[in-house]
Ligand binder design. Structure first.
Ligand SMILES: Cc1cc2nc3c(=O)[nH]c(=O)nc-3n(C[C@H](O)[C@H](O)[C@H](O)COP(=O)(O)OP(=O)(O)OC[C@H]3O[C@@H](n4cnc5c(N)ncnc54)[C@H](O)[C@@H]3O)c2cc1C
Length: 452
């Protein structure tokens, strides 16, 4: 009797304990993916396009046996299991706010038919909720979480699966792939493993030194592969040794695990500030001028070169370097006085690695309202950050053609450079020094101490 392997955020065959568990039953597996309107309809074009590419790659790895169904998973998972005569549906546990309640509904519907939903593994090395303090409560600060996560440890990668893949119902086919204004990197498990091997060979040792410089190809670009589970973090962790670069890389993987853990404990933090004063008491700007400033930020036309380069990289590639994500996020919240949720939604629309937990908490960290937050009064200087992390101005010139004529670091200060505005670069939309003081003033007016 076949078992169903229901894929969600684990679009790979290797190191896949849920798939192994499905195959262990009697070797026959129905590999299923449900295109759920609750997830698909609100998804951005970038997300949809990447998902379709990834599903195609998975299907090819399954020799065309991936069964695609469109509609409510409650209906389709049950229908597929019944058509296959399966007694078990295997999944990797989903810890996201929607996934948890969807799986509860599917579990209940399957149970009525005498079919079991079996959870094995998760998209994380250590499942959210497992790393706790001695008193059983969740960590709210990264560094002690990291130490406890290291002590907890994780399993070795799962063995390869031997299975016969079967399709008991008609496949509904791929959803429509939207056209994008840029090419996405290759999707799928083979592409993920290839990228990881290339980064290990060329970038990992120097990661510690290069990761903060956006003009360099100094980071792994594994975010989208991890997001869709084309590679498991355990596979990556198993390859890491103890050099400074590898140590730092492990800590970055741990940030992803920490944020998933926090969101699991506090599902509302996907959209609401952990420090509720930031949603209830803070004097955010709104109205026409605020909307115009938001549009200028989103289009990369703030007049601050490092910010604009980042925002334009996002629109040109569906990706932005981490250092620049922090700077543009700080600029939106502290220079433009707009709520982080507006920026987070824009990021989710454009990022190819858009991930609810990492995105919402990356924003909350920068805004100063999250768990483990950088203090609100630490305001990134958009010019100083540019001069420090793009010392030759190469990153700015790559993404802002109106500044391509300015040599070296003068690209960061067109206002101080003769001919700086000759090619149509916009004037600064706000004065950073003044808005920094304004932000601190509004912060001081917020009542009480942090409420998380
Ligand atoms: C405002 C803001 C929004 C962000 N939104 C996202 C998002 O939607 N999705 C996302 O995956 N990351 C997000 N990050 C974290 C980080 O910027 C990206 O993970 C990283 O830039 C992806 O590029 P990379 O794969 O080359 O990273 P690398 O530097 O090579 O890191 C390797 C992996 O570690 C994880 N990682 C690294 N840094 C972080 C971090 N600070 N938080 C969580 N995980 C991390 C990612 O999975 C990443 O792929 C955000 C950060 C900020 C400041």
């Amino acid at each position: 009797m076949p078992a169903v392997a229901w894929f969600r955020r684990d679009l790979r065959l290797g190191d896949n304990p849920a798939l192994s568990a499905a195959a262990a039953l009697d070797g026959q597996v129905v590999p299923l993916f449900v295109v759920d309107p609750a997830v698909w309809d609100p998804a951005s074009d970038v997300r949809r396009a990447y998902l379709v590419d990834s599903l195609r790659a998975l299907d090819a790895d399954l020799d065309g046996q991936l069964l695609l169904q469109h509609g409510d998973p409650v209906e389709h998972v049950v229908a597929v299991a019944r058509a296959a005569g399966a007694s078990e549906v295997h999944v990797a546990a989903d810890y996201g706010p929607y996934g948890v309640q969807r799986d509860e509904r599917v579990r209940a519907a399957l149970a009525k038919q005498g079919i079991e939903l079996v959870e094995t593994g998760s998209p994380y090395a250590v499942a959210p909720g497992r790393v706790t303090k001695d008193d059983g409560t969740a960590y709210r600060v990264y560094t002690p979480f990291y130490r406890a996560w290291m002590r907890h440890g994780w399993r070795a990668p799962a063995a390869d699966v031997e299975a016969e893949y079967v399709m008991p119902l008609e496949c509904h086919g791929y959803p429509e792939r939207p056209d994008l204004p840029f090419a996405l990197p290759a999707a799928g498990e083979a592409a993920a493993l290839e990228r990881w091997a290339a980064f290990r060979a060329a970038g990992l040792t120097a990661y510690d030194d290069t990761r903060n410089f956006p003009a360099l190809d100094g980071t792994s670009s594994m975010g989208h592969h991890l997001k869709w589970g084309e590679i498991h973090p355990r596979t990556i962790l198993a390859d890491l040794g103890d050099s400074a670069g590898e140590e730092t890389f492990r800590k970055e993987i741990a940030w992803r695990e920490f944020y998933a853990d926090v969101m699991h404990q506090r599902p509302e933090s996907a959209r609401a500030s952990m420090d509720v004063r930031f949603d209830d008491d803070f004097a955010w700007d709104s109205g026409e001028r605020a909307d115009a400033l938001f549009e200028a930020w989103a289009a990369g036309r703030t007049g601050y070169p490092f910010v604009d380069a980042g925002m334009r990289q996002l629109l040109a590639e569906g990706w932005m370097h981490n250092r620049v994500r922090m700077v543009v996020a700080s600029f939106l919240v502290k220079d433009l006085h707009l709520p982080w949720q507006r920026g987070a939604a824009h990021f989710m629309r454009w990022l190819r690695d858009g991930d609810l937990a990492s995105n919402s908490h990356g924003w909350q960290w920068t805004a100063g309202c999250g768990t483990d937050a950088s203090p609100y009064h630490r305001v990134f200087n958009p010019v100083g950050q540019g001069e420090r992390f793009d010392p030759n101005g190469d990153y700015v010139r790559r993404y802002v053609p109106e500044l391509a004529h300015l040599p070296g670091k003068t690209a960061h200060t067109p206002w101080d450079t003769l001919g700086g505005y000759d090619h149509g670069y916009p004037e600064r939309i706000v004065d950073h020094a003044a808005e920094r003081l304004e932000a601190l003033d509004r912060f001081a007016q917020m009542k009480g101490s942090p409420k998380t």
